[in-house]
Unconditional design. Sequence first.
Length: 251
Amino acid sequence: MNENTVPRSGTEALDKALDVLELLADASSPLGVTAVARALDMPKSTAHRLLTAFTRRGYVEQTEAGYGLGMKLVSLGLGVLAEEPIAFAARPVLDALAESIHETSFIVRARAGKLFVLAKVEGTSMLRASPRVGAEVPVHATAAGRLYLAFSPGEVRIGEGPYERFTACTPTSASALAAKVAAAKEAGVDENVDEWLDGLAVVSAPVFRGGALEGVLACAMPSSRYVDRAQVRASVKAAADEIGRRMEGRA
């Protein structure tokens, strides 16, 4: 192997390895060695070496179509979920909410200053719209993020702006975001419509345990189906309150 293909430090080697896993996680289908190397601008030999190591440990699986994430990562993810009381408490409520309004419901939780989708139940509608489990959720462009800023701002990191613009509706200034946070705090429920992704509407409500914010319940749907807004907001708020009661043993 040419020495130029060898990472110059342990940190660089780890970064390259994690880049491979994140690339496979974001891919819609398995990727070959050449595709991985090209996407990450690394030598093909390096990509092959990392994929081989991951495959040997079960973090990646190889098929005729290419490489994809393996069951070892699923096992690790389930282990994380098992340590989150909100995921356990929310499961039956997510099921009931998805069944009653036919849309996908999920839990968003803060970790290390960022927001991630912790658990999800798909809706029954043919056309679905929602982030995947493990996906990062932007703070400024989502109802979940604004609820965290309203009720537990110390758990998320966000600068003073201007913020990244995802769509024409994204609030990018500190003043615009502050106004939305104030409205979310007053209402106790919030929504983002076409602010993060065009065509995506999400309604969110905070989950409290003993007065402390434990996470956010969200319900996602195509914007075109977000018609009876008052009813959806009421349903999501009631479901979030139910999760909080379950966490307190009062369900």
